[in-house]
Write a new protein. Structure first.
Length: 248
């Protein structure tokens, strides 16, 4: 598998390291976030992996789609554009896979949170909130993973209707609001937790990333899966689709 990497930041470098350590893969090219990118930039590639920032990803997306090479996107902060971009990929016969977090451990954690939120939905005495911590260089907050978890909770628990990520005034949180709290601290790789509470219980479901390698390895594995999928069924995919197929 020949990978072209878009973005040479911390995650891009970690993905490059994972690919170079595997005899089954090779780095075909590394394109800096500020490079002049065209569809021809990806000639000879089997997969594109994009870890950049929102503006760069949106600017480069037409060239990536026009290249005909399947695209794995780890860039976050463009959730408001997901419906438009997924439709664009399908109309073009392209393959694009997006996840706020490609770590297999995180995605197992997210599925566990979803099931817990669903179970407590039948019992009014339980409340739920979510928190995340990341390094101070992270540009977006709440994190893409936290927003993904929040949407899963809203979908699974009928008592929660909206996400509250900040308070602009002093007031109580309404019962139908799901609080998502963010902390930016030092060099923390990533910590996420769902907090469930009743008068009698405290349940905490958490995931702590020890390094970026878990994210990078998951992205490379997802790229291999997407390349195979692209040959038969191009389209817009998520880690849920990947896990559903792998887990049967």
């Amino acid at each position: 598998m020949r990978y072209t990497l878009v973005g040479n930041g911390r995650m891009g470098q970690q993905v490059q390291s994972v690919i170079e350590a595997s005899p089954e893969h090779e780095v075909h090219a590394v394109l800096d976030v500020d490079a002049a990118i065209t569809a021809g930039s990806f000639a000879g590639s089997d997969v594109i992996i994009d870890f950049t920032v929102r503006d760069a990803f949106l600017a480069n997306l037409p060239a990536m789609i026009d290249s005909g090479v399947p695209v794995v996107v780890g860039t976050t902060g463009w959730d408001d554009q997901v419906e438009r971009i997924s439709a664009q990929a399908r109309e073009a016969g392209a393959s694009l896979m997006y996840s706020a977090n490609f770590s297999l451990g995180v995605n197992i954690f997210l599925r566990t949170v979803r099931e817990a939120a669903k179970m407590i939905g039948s019992f009014d005495q339980f409340d739920i909130a979510f928190s995340e911590q990341h390094h101070t260089a992270k540009a977006d907050f709440p994190s893409g993973t936290a927003l993904c978890a929040a949407q899963m909770i809203l979908d699974a628990n009928p008592r929660k209707k909206t996400v509250l990520s900040a308070l602009s005034e002093d007031r109580k949180i309404r019962p139908d609001e799901l609080q998502v709290a963010s902390i930016r601290l030092g060099s923390v790789f990533g910590q996420h937790a769902a907090h469930i509470n009743s008068d009698f219980d405290d349940i905490v479901i958490s995931h702590t990333a020890r390094s970026r390698q878990g994210f990078a390895s998951g992205a490379v594995e997802a790229g291999r899966w997407l390349a195979t999928k692209h040959r038969s069924t191009p389209g817009f995919y998520t880690m849920d689709n990947f896990l559903d197929e792998v887990l049967g």
